[in-house]
Design a protein around this ligand. Structure first.
Ligand SMILES: [Zn+2]
Length: 318
């Protein structure tokens, strides 16, 4: 049984949060929010199957929170499955097969792109089979995505699905003609899901990669905080204090993501973009040895000096 890795992340396809997170070249709104089920678990990057998991037998179609992973790669009666190369999509039949094909193609594009961009490979658990679940949820439930050590799960309600149908022309163009990776955020989480990366650095790198390639978040990282719009109010721009990364994120959670982003931005601006790849490679080499401290043992080594006075001062982590 593959270990469940609940990394926190969420990709809402619509909603009212994080309106400032607009795509660089399109009006389509893609929004980030934390998965409520794992909000207090943010510091545990890796987690054994929680006690509420099923018995390992795929009796009914359990939801993610109820150990959906027990049904790994096994389509239920209401689901179908398509595969190409190492990617398998398990999807609810209420969604058209075209949606599964979109996710399949996008996942393949993302994997190739991120291998190059991050300079690391997928975890062993997903190298041979990367599973993407497209799960239908009720309209009273949120639409969001999460990464696990076996791939990604997206929970879509019908309302969000219909919006996707309405915007399918845009997605087809991006996926098949331009062949850009649309799902950078979650896919980045999967690439580091077999490492000891802290939650804040994990959200930070996913936000950083997404910002680099797809979504302008419109903030500047400064020594005394990040400069940008207030949550939900693009009119006001000011310097915001950095979040305390030693603690769980508070609302609005996106500030915590921005602060993690600014850590990676600091690395890029101070030591060059390639150092990010060096750090990620060090992380991969260490694997899951939790006695290792991310900043002191990995980052300091990669950049060749002690940066913990900076990280302690700005982000409250060392
Ligand atoms: Zn995330």
């Amino acid at each position: 049984m593959i270990k469940v890795v609940f990394i926190v992340f969420v990709l809402l396809i619509t909603g009212c949060a994080y309106q400032e997170t607009k795509e660089k070249d399109t009006p389509i709104i893609i929004i980030e929010e934390e998965a409520p089920a794992v909000i207090n678990e943010y510091e545990k990057v890796k987690e054994e199957r929680p006690p509420f998991c099923g018995d390992g037998i795929c009796n009914g179609k359990e939801t993610w929170q109820r150990c959906y992973i027990d049904c790994e790669g096994v389509p239920g009666e209401d689901e179908d499955i398509i595969s190409r190369e190492n990617v398998t999509i398990v999807y609810n039949k209420e969604f058209g097969k075209w949606l599964a094909e979109d996710y399949l193609q996008d996942s393949l594009t993302c994997i190739k792109f991120l291998k190059k961009e991050l300079g690391i490979d997928l975890p062993n658990s997903t190298k041979s089979e990367f599973i993407y679940y497209l799960v239908l949820v009720g309209d009273d439930e949120n639409t969001f995505s999460g990464a696990t050590s076996s791939g990604v799960t997206t929970f879509l309600n019908m309302e969000a699905y219909k919006r996707r149908v309405d915007n399918e022309g845009y997605f087809k163009e991006k996926i098949y003609e331009e062949q850009v990776c649309l799902n950078l955020h979650e896919m980045t989480h999967v690439f580091v899901s077999d490492t000891i990366i802290p939650g804040w650095a994990n959200e930070g790198i996913a936000t950083y990669i997404d910002e680099q390639e797809r979504r302008a978040i419109g903030i500047e990282c400064r020594s005394d905080g990040w400069y940008g719009s207030d949550f939900g109010d693009p009119q006001i721009k000011r310097v915001h204090d950095y979040s305390d990364l030693s603690k769980a994120p508070e609302n609005p959670r996106i500030y915590w993501y921005y602060t993690g982003y600014c850590f990676w931005k600091y690395i890029e601006e101070t030591y060059g973009k390639n150092k990010i790849r060096v750090i990620l490679n060090e992380l991969k080499d260490i694997g899951e040895d939790e006695s290792i401290n991310f900043l002191r043992d990995i980052v300091n080594k990669a950049v060749g000096e002690d940066i913990t006075s900076i990280t302690k001062n700005r982000f409250k982590v060392s």
